[in-house]
Design a protein around this ligand. Structure first.
Ligand code: ATR
Length: 273
């Protein structure tokens, strides 16, 4: 029987998830298909009903729903509970269970490069669902301090509190005050959607040096404004598609209960740009 999967969010037309997952199904000759489904900010509940009515087997959740989806799930795994957000859902006959593969997906390229996170000083842009997964991952690896920049101050405050609860020092800086920052950051992460629509970078360029690791979770365009600056400064770069691949292979394994074809999925990502 054909099984259908989806990614839900808004914007969704840029998403490479259908390309990656369909490539995996083709490679393994699975009778599955994966679609992109646009659900706007205030349409989540009705959107989920629609997915249930077409008997969706599972779906990924992206901007702006990763936190709000939690209220619509019947069960969640330990990572979701810790992070307070879900990016992967299994539909078992109308019973929805949430998982979060963002945290491990985020950490995978850091570990592949053997970048030490312990005791590091981190600058994080964004305070949505993806940022929560990033903070949980950084806390797991014992980062020292996370400075959060976010457009909405209240969300930054909530995330700073979350970080402290996980044992990592944290402070917040408003977007108007970023130019005042002058510390040395080992790692600069963009976990906001800034860059997705080719917006200009807002992280002060003086903070990026050849000793900084710059990690932009925006994967389209590949070379965001932040990545372009990081290249100019000879910083070490981690691209958004690397996290995308990390979380996608894990989602695949949750749904299909078999090992994901990593190389075929990677090839699909790289060919998808
Ligand atoms: P997700 O769950 O995928 O992380 P989200 O919760 O909508 O998605 O979070 C998106 C993040 O990008 C937020 O930190 C958001 O800032 P706000 O908290 O102020 O909404 C940030 N973001 C989105 N568009 C932005 C923009 N144009 N400028 C600055 N930050 C932006």
């Amino acid at each position: 029987m054909l099984r259908t999967f989806a990614v839900i969010g808004d914007p969704i037309d840029h998403s490479l998830s259908p390309t990656i997952h369909n490539a995996a199904y083709r490679y393994l000759d699975l009778e599955c298909t994966y679609i992109g489904y646009k659900i706007g900010k205030n349409e989540l509940e009705s959107g989920i009903q629609s997915l249930k009515s077409i008997k969706i087997s599972g779906f990924n959740v992206t901007i702006p729903h990763k936190i709000e989806i939690m209220q619509l799930l019947d069960a969640v795994d330990e990572n979701c509970r810790l992070i307070g957000a879900a990016n992967t859902v299994v539909n078992d006959n109308g019973n929805l269970k949430g998982y979060n593969t963002d945290m491990d997906g985020f950490l995978e390229p850091i570990k592949n490069r053997e970048i030490p996170i312990e005791n590091s000083n981190v600058l994080l842009l964004g305070a949505g669902g993806a940022s929560r997964a990033v903070i949980a991952g950084l806390a797991k690896e014992h980062a020292k301090k996370i400075t959060i920049i976010n457009r909405t101050k209240q969300k930054a405050e909530e995330l700073a509190k979350f970080s402290r609860e996980l044992g990592v020092e944290s402070d917040i800086v408003s977007i108007d005050e970023v130019e005042k920052l002058n510390e040395l950051y080992n790692l600069v992460v963009n976990a906001s959607s800034l860059g997705l629509k080719s917006e200009p970078n807002i992280i002060p360029t003086k903070l990026i040096t050849d000793k900084t690791v710059v990690y932009d979770i925006v994967y389209k365009p590949v070379n965001t404004e932040l990545i372009k600056i990081a290249k100019k400064k000879n910083a070490e770069i981690i691209y958004g598609y690397e996290m995308l691949l990390g979380q996608a292979t894990r989602s695949f394994e949750i749904w299909l209960k078999q090992k994901a074809p990593y190389d075929a999925m990677k090839k699909a990502i790289l060919g998808g740009f």
